[in-house]
Design a protein around this ligand. Structure first.
Ligand code: ADP
Ligand code: MG
Length: 341
């Protein structure tokens, strides 16, 4: 009796706050940006949405200027052309290079920001694709070592014959920076999509989870599943975005395995990481793609702070048990839960 007296008014308040909220006209804004070689879309709700999206676009362009590997004046180009000298760079660059070194250690070298010369040799930086000869790959691999990259408070230095690129991390970090801009600036909910990186600020305006589609790597214009999230990033690395087919009939993708200098081909065709930090998800989506089916599952077993959806080259979907109830699979591919002990 006593309970129902308390619960009834409480329920009324709850119902009112959820339904009344959804009836209120919410201020919203949208913005599309082409930057970092990527078509980006952003939608935000709340009184500050317009100005927050303008600030977000400004921040994206600032980060692109600092981090571009093609712009001669960027921090990264100046580091790559410095002949082994210290280069003064922005705090963004310091933080990202530091993160690159951390994830290199953390992933046993699967993520290596100094893989760039190998990536370039395969033609991924110019579009003039070719299969390099083994001696060339072996020679270039001698200088691939993120451990040799030195980071100071305001400087970065790399060995003479090395080059770095932050392509595996930049969009994840950019997503986190945009979430920071939304915080405390009159944005109540938002969803941004930076290519394969989707990031949610809060829930949808009606309080429900955002629903984010994950592409079927075998038919990339279709979604294979939808994941429900709030305040999380969903980042996918796949072999179907940038690749070429060589004369030998084989297909080569733009993620290189630093262990042998060849495009990663370790049993996975797509890796999606779901977690609270964009940078972490971006780093791990690339790294677990390199690790391949077995090592990626071992990594996920030992690191439970992120969830993941893997697709194998023999068309199986493997997902972490944290996604149970949050993942709707539309694909015909068989699915299995990745065990965590
Ligand atoms: P995308 O940027 O296409 O969404 P990723 O986040 O997986 O996908 O990053 C791929 C990019 O990272 C490549 O284009 C290249 O610049 C770089 N890269 C490729 N292989 C590696 C690697 N093993 N470690 C670090 N960076 C890599
Ligand atoms: Mg990545």
């Amino acid at each position: 009796m006593k309970h129902s007296i308390i619960i009834a008014p409480l329920l009324a308040v709850l119902i009112c706050t959820t339904s009344c909220r959804s009836l209120q006209p919410t201020h919203s804004a949208e913005r599309d940006v082409f930057a970092m070689d990527t078509f980006m879309t952003m939608k935000a709700y709340g009184d500050g949405s317009e100005s927050a999206l303008a600030a977000a676009e400004k921040r994206i362009r600032e980060l692109e200027t600092e981090l571009s590997v093609t712009d001669k004046n960027s921090d990264i180009s100046r580091i790559n052309m410095a002949n082994g000298a210290d280069v003064k760079v922005s705090q963004d660059t310091v933080r990202l290079v530091e993160a690159g070194k951390t994830y290199w250690q953390e992933t046993a070298g699967a993520l290596d920001i100094s893989i760039y010369p190998v990536l370039a040799e395969w033609g991924f930086t110019t579009g003039e694709y070719r299969v390099p000869d083994e001696a060339t790959i072996a020679r270039l691999l001698e200088n691939v070592n993120a451990g040799a990259v030195k980071v100071g408070d305001e400087t970065v230095r790399i060995p003479v014959d090395s080059m770095i690129d932050l392509g595996a991390l930049a969009k994840g970090y950019t997503g986190d920076e945009i979430m920071d801009l939304f915080r405390g600036n009159g944005v109540t909910s938002a969803l941004i999509s930076l290519g394969g990186n989707v990031q949610a600020f809060g829930t949808r305006p009606d309080g429900s989870d955002w629903r984010v589609g994950i592409k079927d790597p075998f038919t990339p214009d279709e979604n294979m599943c939808v994941v429900s999230i709030a305040d999380k990033a969903v980042v996918t690395s796949g072999n179907y975005e940038r690749y070429f087919t060589a004369d030998d009939g084989k297909t080569y993708c733009h993620i290189i395995d630093p262990a042998d200098g060849y495009p990663a081909d370790n049993g996975l065709v797509s890796v999606t990481i779901i977690g609270s930090e964009g940078l972490q998800c971006d780093a791990l989506s690339t790294a677990l793609f390199v690790m391949g089916t077995d090592k990626a599952q071992t990594y996920l077993n030992e690191h439970t702070f992120v969830d993941a959806v893997l697709v194998t080259d023999d068309a199986r979907i493997l997902y972490t048990e944290g996604l149970a109830g949050k993942l709707e699979i539309m694909s015909d591919m068989p699915s299995e839960v990745i065990a965590r002990d």
